[in-house]
Write a protein that binds this ligand. Structure first.
Ligand SMILES: C[S@@+](CC[C@H](N)C(=O)[O-])C[C@H]1O[C@@H](n2cnc3c(N)ncnc32)[C@H](O)[C@@H]1O
Length: 304
């Protein structure tokens, strides 16, 4: 099982390092992820552990509508995606391009703020377009303009897999128990009762003035990072907390998380604006515990 969409900042390639920082001796636990994105960590944990209560959240309405469709209406979604894939595969490149922009316009014309109150047909329409666009756009990345309209250009993929039915069904099974919400992270964190393992992967603090890009819904600035750190301190006694962020080379995070443990990992990332050159950069792994799984056996399975 792997994420059913590609997402900016997706953690697929970092999981091997991050697993070293999981809390030790936990096989059955409650899991919360307030910045879900493509859900790489959730699907990885669902593959390897016995998750009890599951709370998943992201502020992006169309992303969450798509999770709801996979959770509740997977069969119908598979049919719609198969139709879109057939339509695309049967077209020549010029027709594929026209089709892509037609899908993009239809997707942007659907507007709502709360996916949880949508009817079934709208959820299915928006989610099938969301996945099809994700598989056919440039670089497979969901990018939006200031009005939150999807604006990634056509990707020139000749025969992309728009629907991986087997994987989508497995994702749907993994989501059955999950409570899925679309709200600010603070509401999700404030509503957690019991003990949770919480993984937080917020939009990163930009490491340079030019590295900031708008791939996400809304704005996440230094004040948001501060609000998050304050809230995590307040609920820290109750949960195991693990957070990823950029290593911006300043003492911003060391000051914010002075009561937490801060480690660094080396991560392969695009290092120039065209995204072609890749290199290793350092990222922060912040936790409120230091009894890590890396001190124990490491026999987890990696599928990504
Ligand atoms: C770095 S991405 C998460 C990537 C994810 N870990 C993955 O593997 O794909 C950050 C996510 O936070 C979401 N987000 C931004 N601001 C938010 C907020 N205030 N509350 C909740 N989610 C937010 C964005 O929509 C985005 O999906």
């Amino acid at each position: 099982m792997k994420p059913f969409i590609k997402w900016a900042g997706g953690k697929n390639f970092v999981l091997a390092s991050l697993q070293n920082f999981f809390p030790s001796k936990q096989n059955n636990f409650n899991y919360a992820e307030p910045f879900l994105g493509g859900g790489a960590m959730f699907f990885y944990l669902a593959n390897n552990f016995n998750l009890q209560k599951i709370v998943l959240n992201d502020v992006s309405p169309k992303l969450i509508a798509t999770y709801l469709a996979v959770q509740k209406y997977c069969k119908q979604l598979v049919v719609l995606l198969n139709n879109l894939q057939q339509q695309y595969w049967q077209s020549n490149q010029e027709q594929q391009k026209a089709l892509f922009y037609q899908w993009r316009e239809a997707f942007n014309n659907i507007s709502f703020s709360c996916p949880l109150s949508l009817n079934k047909s709208t959820i299915l329409e928006v989610s099938s377009l969301f996945i099809a666009l994700n598989k056919t756009c440039f670089n497979g990345l969901f990018r939006t303009n200031k009005q939150n309209a999807f604006n990634s250009p056509f990707g020139y993929h000749l025969k992309p897999t728009i629907i991986d039915e087997h994987n989508l069904q497995k994702c749907s099974q993994a989501l059955q128990k999950a409570s899925i919400t679309c709200q600010d992270f603070s509401e999700t964190l404030n509503n957690l009762t019991d003990n949770f393992f919480i993984y937080l992967d917020p939009p990163y603090k930009p490491i340079s003035k030019t590295s900031s890009f708008n791939s996400y819904f809304g704005d996440f600035n230094d004040q948001s990072q501060q609000k998050l750190a304050l809230l995590l301190q307040q609920i820290s006694h109750q949960h195991h907390i693990l957070l990823s962020n950029s290593d911006d080379g300043t003492d911003f995070f060391t000051n914010l998380y002075s009561d937490f443990f801060i480690n660094k990992i080396a991560v392969a990332r695009s290092i120039n604006s065209k995204g072609k050159a890749r290199g290793k950069i350092s990222e922060l792994v912040i936790s409120n515990y230091n009894n890590f799984l890396q001190n124990e056996q490491q026999s987890l399975e990696f599928n990504f």
